[in-house]
Ligand binder design. Sequence first.
Ligand code: AG3
Length: 309
Amino acid sequence: VSDGDDSRPPTADWRPSRAKQDWFAEPPLRGFQQRVQTTKVCYRKESCAQRIEVVDSVPFGRMLVLDGAVQTTERDEFIYHEMLVHPALLCHPDPRQVLLIGGGDGGALRRILQHPVSTVTMVELDSQVVEVSQRYLPSVGGTAILDHRASLLIEDGVEFVKHCDLKLDAVIVDSTDPVGPAKALFAEEFYRSVHRILADDGVFVTQSGSPLLMPAELHETYHNLRQVFPVVRLYLTPVPSYPGTLWSFTFASKGRDPLGVEPGVIRQRLSDRAISPHFYTSELHFGAFALPSFVEEALKGGRPIDLLA
Ligand code: AG3
């Protein structure tokens, strides 16, 4: 969060003149940066794994920031979390055993628990993220963490999956960016471990970064999954608080296909499970997988198509 940028506001009545402005911006990525006006820093501390910040912003309300990257915000967390969880779990008729890697803010866990699951194991590296989120961002995770079906393990997700002997109906990765410390969660070796612990009719989904600002990482993630799983499908959604807005997720399985389910079945499951999302709809379930041509081309090709290069 930086002080004292005195650039003119777009409209005269947007703020009182002379008022001090604070702005938050992630470090620039490939010459791109977006910023939000902030009103307060609620928390800032180095944990064992990363720098954790909680900041109040004008456009998005309260935001959780890890190592300078926005993870979730009060106002748009529903878009990301619903689109991470619902497409995969609604294409499964009976997802009972679920593994969630990351997701310390509880937003993904809360959506997973809306499905008829029996157990959700959440493996999060940093207990501080869980504590800080519960304290400062209670609306994101609600009371999900207290649900008797949920259990929290504080450990490294890659190591957990390597030694895990569960058989899972769904594995969901809610990690930080596919660059830096989370890189191992996007590697072929990790996907081989996921394949081993996934039931034959199980589903896997991971957040996979910005198609515009991280095209090489997205390409690599997709191809690593293709080495391991016969069904791999990328889908997109806007997340306004993330850099470049457009965000990607990648689904994978040993056979189950989110596009192979009838729209009526998706609608029926939503209603049977009494889920009323604020972003996800049965139409978006299919629409999100319809990709812009440059993304299709990039996935098909040996190299990513880089629009900004
Ligand atoms: N995990 C993905 C956040 C990635 C955002 N990247 C960025 N702002 N550079 C979000 C965790 C939410 N539960």
